[in-house]
Design a protein around this ligand. Structure first.
Ligand SMILES: [Zn+2]
Ligand SMILES: [Zn+2]
Length: 169
């Protein structure tokens, strides 16, 4: 859990730097988040309201959709968080947390976690021009070449070849 202590914050602007583990953010269940997560909070306190911008940086471990090789990608994301005692407060751009006058700590795990999960690329490529695998022989075309004439292959034949391959295996 990642909690922000709001009890001793000064009125006005302040900043905080935190480093948390993927475990603290409940992100340890896959192999994507393996590095520490660095978070810089820019906090503006106005009375009993806190306007926070969290800048989140970490390194993710992904698998390329084309060649299936692992690669690292840096994430640099931000999220706006408002901690308020005003239940009427609402802005879809911000994550809103409600507090009472006696609140001293706010669990903001969900905001940080969701921001990281949403920022993961849907199309994962180790590099923009990844050549992937040869659909015929499986050669890793980023590293080697093969002599298959892939351009001339009818996709229906490709499907058939895969079926045959599966039968054997
Ligand atoms: Zn690749
Ligand atoms: Zn080939």
């Amino acid at each position: 859990m990642l909690a922000l202590n709001i009890a001793h914050l000064d009125e006005g602007h302040s900043s905080q730097i935190r480093q948390v583990t993927p475990e603290e953010l409940e992100l340890e269940n896959d192999d994507v988040f393996i590095s520490p997560v660095d978070i810089r909070f820019e906090i503006d306190k106005v009375g009993h309201e806190f306007y926070i911008k969290a800048n989140i940086k970490t390194k993710t471990h992904l698998l390329c959709d084309r060649c299936a090789e692992p690669y690292d990608e840096n994430l640099d994301e931000s999220v706006r968080i408002v901690i308020t005692s005003d239940s009427e407060f609402g802005n879809p751009e911000e994550d809103i947390y409600s507090i009472t006058a006696s609140s001293t700590e706010i669990d903001i795990t969900e905001s940080i976690k969701e921001t990281l999960l949403i920022s993961l690329p849907t199309k994962r490529l180790c590099k923009a021009d990844c050549k992937g695998l040869c659909p015929v022989c499986g050669t890793k075309l980023n590293f080697e070449t093969c002599s298959c004439k892939t351009d001339e292959i009818d996709p229906r034949w490709e499907a058939l070849k895969k079926l045959k391959g599966n039968e054997k295996g």
